[in-house]
Design a protein around this ligand. Structure first.
Ligand code: FES
Length: 221
């Protein structure tokens, strides 16, 4: 769901990056003028809040949402991070996408994909993709918190890892993190996680997951 009028006001950059280095003009705009940044979380009456940390860099992201209880649309979203320029720009854009127009429903917001955000930013450097997923992860955590507070616990979605390597207890989330940190093939994922070194039967599934996460985050293959 996209509100073209609202979109025009924030996507101020020209259609192309213009070749000005690593960051598109849209990324720079959102970094230098972040939208929906949380100024005073003590005074803000959130219906749900979430926090995540990045295993790749240790940075933390927090997201607060206000929800229209009848329509279950996000009326307002604020965020705060100690992360880098990419995390700031991606979360700023995420906050705009979730709240523009009449606001996304919680289910729509939950399905927002990192590549939807990076597309609207006209791309991010590949090694910075792990920063761009922090905002939407914190948003999903805030949505769970909202449902928890409403007593709608059946709607809470826990993103628990599924064990892929039964010997080393390595999960699909570990492989996801390795891909987000820049691993592009089995050898590189193994050098970060050791997956499959004690249980070779899981390797085909690991390779499938690497393809899946590369496609998900980088639109690769
Ligand atoms: S958020 Fe930590 S390096 Fe980008």
């Amino acid at each position: 769901m996209t509100n073209k009028k609202a979109q025009k006001s924030v996507d101020i950059a020209p259609a192309k990056n213009g070749g000005s280095g690593f960051y598109s003009d849209i990324v720079k705009e959102h970094f230098f003028h972040p939208k929906n940044f949380m100024e005073d979380d003590k005074a803000y009456k959130a219906d749900g809040q979430g926090m995540v940390g990045s295993p790749a860099c240790g940075d933390v992201m927090r997201v607060w949402i206000k929800v229209d209880k009848k329509s279950e649309r996000v009326k307002d979203l604020k965020w705060k991070t100690f992360g880098c320029a990419s995390a700031i720009a991606a979360t700023s854009m995420m906050s705009v996408m979730v709240t523009e127009g009449e606001g996304m429903t919680l289910e729509e917001a939950r399905k927002l994909r990192p590549q939807d955000i990076t597309e609207r930013l006209h791309g991010l450097p590949t090694r910075k993709i792990h920063c761009s997923v922090l905002g939407d992860k914190a948003l999903r955590s805030a949505i769970n918190d909202y449902y928890r507070k409403q007593g709608e616990t059946d709607k809470i979605e826990i993103e628990s890892g599924r064990i892929i390597d039964k010997v080393l207890k390595i999960t699909d989330h570990d492989i996801e993190e390795a891909v987000l940190e820049g691993a592009t093939n089995l050898e590189e994922v193994q050098s970060k996680t050791k997956v499959g070194t004690g249980d070779e039967t899981c390797i085909p599934e690991v390779e499938q997951l690497i393809r899946f996460y590369r496609e998900k985050f980088f639109g690769a293959e």
